[in-house]
Design a protein around this ligand. Sequence first.
Ligand code: PLP
Length: 401
Amino acid sequence: MTNTVHLADRVGKLGVETAFLVAAKAAAHAARGNRVYPFHLGDMNLPTPGNIIEAAYLAMREGKNGYTPNAGIPQLREALATEFNTTRKTSYSLDNVAVQPGGKPVISKFLLALMNPGDEVLYPNPGFPIYESQIRFHGGVAVPYPILPGEKNFSFDLDAMEAAITDRTRLLIVNDLHNPTSAECSAEDRRKIAEIAVRHNLQVLLDEAYFDVRYEGESVSLIQEKGMVERSVILHTFSKKYAMTGWRVGAALGPKEIIDVIAKLNVNDESCTSHSNQYAACEALQGDQAGAREILSTLRKRRDLTVELLNDIEGVKCYSPGATFYLYPDVTEAMAKAGYSDYQPFLDAVLANTGVSICARTHFGTAHPGEERKYLRFAYSGIDARDIEAGLGKLKVFLEK
Ligand code: PLP
């Protein structure tokens, strides 16, 4: 008898992290012997600080190789609560913390804990593509709100956010220090978002993946606004600040009754986050911060260089954001001049002719009606200064020829 595989209907609703698809094309281009300049993925080519590596090694040597409590080792949960109470003025205890294998799992666990099929969930578009994928996969209705260009940076369209709310809206996702635009909330935005959440009784996911990747100014969390601590789950990750993307350590922080459910999802899913890596995360929080400072300083230099070189290309306009490691220049005129109106043929031509690998607006959601300007996303976390210079030099020649 032949075997017919019947995949579940919901599989058709799963999206992907589209930057990984761009990475696959870049890898194929490199495998053909070409030079690639990787601006596509928010991965990092910087080493994890040595003290963190030593802590993981020591934990392994000391026999930390079994399962841990599902919500994480108490030391790490305590350390995270203390970190948040210091930086976000919360009064969390370890009961408010569930350790996760990275920041990303917090998205699905937040939805599984709080969203019923048919519930509407507001999410940013452009935005991290996993929000829409997970909302739809778990039977919710994904309702986008725009992030728009402003004077000095992109910003959240709060009027559109509130206008999109219906009597079926239950959840709101906010990614302050935003991927891909680097938009950040002003104090006024934070107050307004909290008012919207309270007025419409929404539960909120605060994706703070880039809270600590800040070059100027100070990150202030939405959790500090009135009414937010009791209705919000924070997505925290060790991936970016400590160059630990592949270690897979993060956490969900929030009200105990939600965190208990998230810990129960841990039991049903991964059992626990890597034991030794949790000790490494304790060292990251409590140990010497020289490594983290060094990472930030390297990223700042790369930001300055990339912004300068992008703005030096005819028809490209780029803000210099104070945080994250993403740039989202307006390339409308440059694309038109090069004779392209669609992103994919343009990206293919750029890769083929220059080796520069980048994501475009389309990798972060579907364009809003009437949206006409064209944008690309340049991540500078995985490419060093010499290659930034070489790659953008070639891009300039290609676009200006
Ligand atoms: N949230 C945002 C906005 C991101 O850009 C990322 C990673 O790129 C994540 C969450 C997840 O990070 P990780 O799972 O590596 O901790």
